[in-house]
Design a protein around this ligand. Structure first.
Ligand code: ZN
Length: 356
């Protein structure tokens, strides 16, 4: 059994980033490489620079452009050299995942500061690696998991609501996917399944209300739980349950979708939420349960049809649907688990989603 629980230190509160300088000093980290993006860095800049400068910590910023790819990682390492005590990743899922690649390449610890409530990337030990064209290459599990995660409500409150909705979608799918992947009744796997269900229940019970109240100060207690459901709980599920509980058809379909340029700007959780509908149709779930799921996704402002996913009015040609089906079934996330399902059935399922 392998569990990769991370981070060891999870601090979630308003102005959490103000504690970073003291935490770095206490760990003896004096030379800090920050990996961030332009917009994400803007969100954290004042608080981050103030705490680093206050504690006299030497730091350099490496700005991310493009994808979380091996090419971008090697480019950053080439530019900044190897003489760093720690990497601090500041941003959304792709930036954080790129900061993981950099930390693994430099073999130094990683601290993460999410600036969007969009995925559990900040607390997981795996990184979704893309090629330079923006297509998913693999989900890579690293040997070094994030050591600390600082979740700063002050920064997150100013983040775009659509990313929060996307994060809620990515969290809602977890028990649906984990149940497909679960293979044993061990205590650890059962715990992972229950955690996935608890996180999804939080989204189901409070997600719509939390999304509506997102930017209002009074929504803080509600949004705090939803934020932990997105940022922390997902990594506990994957960390305890391992690869088989980390994803299934919905994420395999998401990965296939990244091959299509027309969905390139669609958020991760939006593609995953749509992929969940395809999954549930494929697995012959009852019409009532799919209708209920669809209604919830609509309440969470997530896509439920090709048109709401891509803003294109019609499904693509059969040849494109076939490719999507083939790519989905070839994914390591579903291989060996859907033996009775072929590409024709996946194409049918995509069409059936349109009819709900
Ligand atoms: Zn995901």
């Amino acid at each position: 059994m392998l569990t990769q629980l991370a981070p060891g230190y999870y601090l979630h509160k308003p102005d959490a980033v103000a504690d970073l300088g003291a935490l770095l000093s206490a760990s003896g980290y004096r030379k800090v490489l920050i990996v961030s993006g332009s917009r994400s860095y803007q969100a954290a800049q004042t608080a981050l620079e103030s705490t680093l400068n206050h504690y006299g910590i030497s730091w350099r910023l490496s700005r991310y452009q493009g994808e979380c790819s091996d090419e971008n990682c090697l480019q950053i390492v080439k530019e900044v050299g190897a003489d760093w005590n720690v990497v601090v990743g500041v941003g959304g899922g792709k930036v954080i995942d790129l900061s993981k690649l950099v930390a693994w390449e430099l073999t130094v610890p990683l601290i993460t500061v999410p600036t969007l409530i969009s995925t559990c990337a900040a607390t997981t030990s795996n990184a979704v690696v893309y090629d330079t064209a923006g297509r998913v290459k693999e989900s890579r599990v690293g040997k070094i998991a994030p050591q600390m995660t600082l979740v700063d409500d002050t920064i997150l409150r100013g983040s775009p609501k659509s990313y929060f909705a996307s994060g809620l979608g990515d969290t809602l799918v977890k028990p649906y996917e984990a149940m497909v992947g679960a293979t044993t009744n061990t205590l650890v796997e059962t715990s992972a399944l229950k955690l996935a269900q608890i996180a999804a229940d939080c989204v189901r019970d409070h997600g719509v209300e939390g999304l509506k109240a997102f930017a209002h100060e009074t929504s803080l207690p509600l949004v705090t739980d939803l934020t932990d459901a997105v940022v922390l709980m997902g990594s506990l599920v994957g960390g305890l349950g391992g690869a088989v509980l980390r994803g299934s058809v919905a994420h395999a379909f998401h990965n296939a979708l990244t091959m299509l340029p027309e969905v390139h700007d669609t958020l991760h959780g939006e593609k995953v939420a749509y992929g969940l509908l395809v999954q549930e149709v494929l697995l012959d779930r009852s019409k009532d349960s799919i209708h209920a799921l669809r209604d919830l996704l609509i309440g969470l402002e997530l896509p439920v049809s090709w048109a709401t996913l891509t803003r294109l009015p019609y499904l693509p040609d059969l040849s494109v649907l076939r490719k999507l089906a083939d790519w989905t079934l070839a994914s390591p996330l579903v291989k060996g688990r859907l033996n009775t399902i072929d590409a024709n059935r996946v194409v049918e399922a995509i069409r059936e989603v349109e009819d709900f």
